[in-house]
Design a protein around this ligand. Structure first.
Ligand code: FES
Ligand code: FE2
Length: 388
């Protein structure tokens, strides 16, 4: 995560780390319905959030409706091939316009099942069913309420605050630079998993943003990525990192263990190095990009893995993981997924334990240690978003 919003204390001179212990967010913020509602409004409905894979909206006339951060969202591919997104709510008296799930738009029109108001693919209200025109009603003012929509890396993102592709790039172009060599838009899903976790969405990111838990929670991962076994995420997290050259052992550089190539059960790659990766990209073992609050992408030498984060409610979070590889490469996605799926399950159990403790009286707030600099930056980002 970028530390722009962070305090001066987030990173110490010369290495990644907190210089001083910092208080974590109030325990009451994890699972409290009023706080959850504040976060949905101030964070999730104020920026770009992942909505779907592009395959779900590939063909003109395809539509997809799903709940998202307290909204019902309808995205569609119009007849001209452009993506559109709207609040899936009829402007008459607020009925759900399209049923949840995928479907097709018949004749380029969307009709409300309640009283048959009909909308064009661009959201314009075309007809009001049996309701006659009445004084004081302006049809042009009752089109569907649009959301911003953009595509990146084979995923569709929406923004309740509006905007288009250029706005998405301006907001997140920098976040995704590390994964650009993977050309994720050229990769196809080979496997997907959905995991619901009894934890606040913020706990997912906190856990993702530190590796102090790795030695205890992830024995296999810590063997594959030896630096994780030291409780840190990358080379620069060690105050003495400058003393370790690129040829230092993996535990000091962050590379995979000797002989391993990818995040698989035996450490072997499932395919050739993805075109576009440099030697450094390939050697790194894992490369991360995040689009807060809803999306992360991890690149390995032969495949990538995306995780969409979806808040289901106070203290409840869904993860949708998608393993991505070159199309038609014949990769066994289920076999490929075994390793990272276990890591996800280990993390889910850790997050649920964290959530249970946060709910228990009288715990009020925790403390962030040197290695938890990314969590401090995340907390600063949360506070800044909430303050608007
Ligand atoms: S609520 Fe949709 S037509 Fe009445
Ligand atoms: Fe973890």
């Amino acid at each position: 995560m970028d530390g722009d919003a962070g305090r001066a204390t987030v990173r110490a001179e010369g290495f990644n780390g907190l210089r001083r212990a910092a208080a974590s967010l109030p325990a009451a913020w994890y699972g409290d319905p009023a706080q959850h509602a504040r976060e949905m409004a101030a964070i999730w409905r104020k920026g770009w959030v992942a909505f779907a894979r592009v395959e779900a909206l590939a063909a003109p006339g395809a539509r997809l409706a799903a709940p998202l951060a307290g909204m019902s969202v309808l995205a569609l591919r119009d007849g001209a091939g452009a993506l559109q997104a709207f609040h899936n709510v009829c402007r008459h008296r607020g009925a759900e316009l399209c049923p949840e799930g995928a479907g097709r738009i018949a004749g380029g029109r969307l009709s409300c099942p309640y009283h048959d108001w009909t909308y064009a693919e661009d959201g314009r209200l075309l007809a009001t069913g049996k309701a006659r025109a009445v004084e004081g009603f302006d049809r042009a003012a009752h089109g569907l309420v649009p959301l911003g929509v953009a595509e990146w890396g084979g995923f569709v993102f929406v923004n309740a605050d509006g905007g288009g592709q250029g706005d998405f790039e301006a907001a997140h172009g920098r976040d995704v630079v590390p994964l650009a060599p993977w050309r994720p838009e050229t990769l196809a899903p080979v496997h997907s998993e959905t995991i619901d976790i009894d934890c606040d969405w913020k706990l997912f990111w906190e856990n993702f943003n530190e590796c102090l838990h790795c030695p205890g929670v992830h024995p296999a991962l810590s063997a594959l990525v030896p630096i994780y076994g030291r409780g840190i995420m990358e080379r620069e997290d060690d105050p003495a990192w400058r003393a370790h050259g690129p040829d230092a052992p993996p535990a000091l550089t962050g590379r995979l263990r000797e002989g391993a190539e990818s995040w698989t059960e035996d450490g072997g790659a499932v395919g050739p190095r993805l075109p576009g990766l440099s030697d450094a990209d390939a050697a790194r073992g894992q490369t991360y990009a995040e689009i807060l609050p809803s999306f992360l992408l991890v690149g390995h030498v032969d495949h990538a893995r995306a995780v969409r984060v979806l808040p289901l409610g106070p203290g409840r979070t869904r993860l949708e993981a998608t393993w991505l590889a070159p199309p038609d490469a014949g990769i066994d996605g289920a076999a490929l997924s075994v390793f990272a799926k276990r890591v996800m399950a280990e993390d889910a159990a850790a997050c649920e334990g964290n959530q249970r403790g946060l709910r228990a009286a009288p715990f009020a707030s925790g403390v962030l240690m040197q290695e938890e600099y990314e969590i401090a930056a995340f907390h600063d980002w949360i506070r800044a978003q909430l303050e608007g």
